[in-house]
Design a protein around this ligand. Structure first.
Ligand SMILES: NC(=O)c1ccc[n+]([C@@H]2O[C@H](COP(=O)([O-])OP(=O)(O)OC[C@H]3O[C@@H](n4cnc5c(N)ncnc54)[C@H](O)[C@@H]3O)[C@@H](O)[C@H]2O)c1
Length: 342
């Protein structure tokens, strides 16, 4: 079974309105990953020429397989924390290369730190050479466990640098500092997105320590108990991939966004317990719930203040959680053989 991404591409194009990437030359680092592959595919659909750099640390060849025959697409297998010469002119760079799931924080902390420090520096060097606009995909994790929710971009963060999430949270904070330093010293045209939990087709199935939505869907489709850490009262706000890619493209394209740091996420909060019940309902699963101790430093609440995104990017998320979950369930079903649901 294959998944047809045309509906998502059409939605993004429609929601972007007049914004165009026709004939633009774009570099996407981390382009074989979940968000990166959507970025590459969307940009090609919008008429851009796309170079994708990825070392398959957490990305997958199947994510970009359908793009390989496209003459406007070029793939370079490379670790972005190692310098690379890019000779063809570039208009935009989306610096997205980083492992991003909690399972990886435990097993690959050094690679995560390198990607978001050395890797960001390499990407900024390329941007400087070509005078290209650079968008860095930072994260809500720079806020750590915030005292202010909804969290505005002005909040400095409440991060434990030596805790299990420190490698990711601090790496992203350092990545942001690099971007700002290059902007101050070399006057680069930069933009920073603080992405809040985003999900959709191609998000990796990482087992029980993976991201919550693919984990719940996978367990529900197998009629296995859904793993809930803590009592499930912690909240998250989830953004469907079409909304996230639209937000990132607006951030890149709009002149008003130059130099800005902007939260891109959904304001609709849901508890992890409610989410589990919703996934069981939507999959028609017979799964029960299984409660486990809350991991150290797991944030209790995640909800962005999106005033800046609304005002500067004219962006609001449009996809409902039910729609996004239905599409993600449809995609996950194409990935493995699951038992039939009642
Ligand atoms: N999905 C989310 O909810 C979310 C939330 C906040 C921030 N982000 C950020 O968005 C970006 C994309 O995340 P994603 O969810 O698509 O994760 P992902 O793991 O699916 O994709 C990351 C991609 O980067 C590649 N990569 C990692 N290190 C690399 C390196 N050193 N050199 C070259 N390629 C490398 C991986 O192979 C993978 O293809 C990341 O920077 C992540 O931190 C994502």
């Amino acid at each position: 079974m294959t998944f047809d991404s045309r509906a998502e591409l059409k939605t993004i194009q429609k929601n972007l309105g007049e914004i165009s990437f026709e004939d633009k030359r774009v570099l996407v680092t981390g382009g074989a990953g979940f968000l990166g592959s959507w970025m590459c595919e969307t940009l090609l659909n919008l008429g851009a020429e796309v170079t994708c750099i990825d070392n398959f640390a957490s990305g997958q060849k199947c994510n970009i397989q359908s793009l390989m025959g496209n003459e406007r697409f070029r793939f370079i297998e490379h670790d972005i924390s190692v310098p690379i010469a890019m000779d063809t002119h570039l208009d935009y760079i989306f610096e997205m290369a980083s492992r991003a799931s909690p399972f990886e924080f435990e097993h690959y902390p050094i690679q995560i730190l390198k990607s978001n420090t050395l890797g960001v520096m390499v990407a900024l060097g390329i941007a400087k050479k070509h005078n290209a606009r650079l968008v860095y995909t930072s994260t809500s994790e720079v806020y750590g466990n915030p005292d202010i929710v909804p969290t505005p971009e002005t909040y400095y963060g409440n991060v434990n640098p030596i805790g299990p999430r420190g490698c990711y949270d601090e790496a992203k904070r350092c990545g942001e500092a690099y971007v700002i330093a290059y902007r101050r010293q070399h006057h680069l045209n930069t933009r920073i997105a603080r992405i809040f939990n985003t999900y959709g087709p191609r998000i990796r199935l990482d087992g029980i320590y993976g991201r919550v939505i693919p984990r719940f869907i996978d367990q529900a489709l197998k009629n296995q108990p859904l793993t809930i850490f803590g009592d499930g009262s912690q909240t998250r706000s989830f953004t469907y991939v079409t909304d996230q890619i639209e937000g990132l493209l607006r951030l890149a394209a709009l002149d008003a966004a130059e130099g800005q740091v902007i939260n891109i996420g959904n304001v609709n909060e849901i508890t992890v317990l409610e989410l589990a019940k919703k996934v069981i309902h939507l999959t028609g699963s017979k799964s029960s719930l299984s409660f486990h101790p809350l991991p150290e430093d797991d944030p209790l609440r995640r909800r962005p203040d999106v005033t800046k995104a609304k005002e500067i990017l004219k962006w609001v998320p449009k996809a409902s959680l039910e729609h996004g979950l239905d599409r993600t369930i449809a995609w996950i079903k194409t990935q493995q053989d699951y038992p039939a649901q009642s």
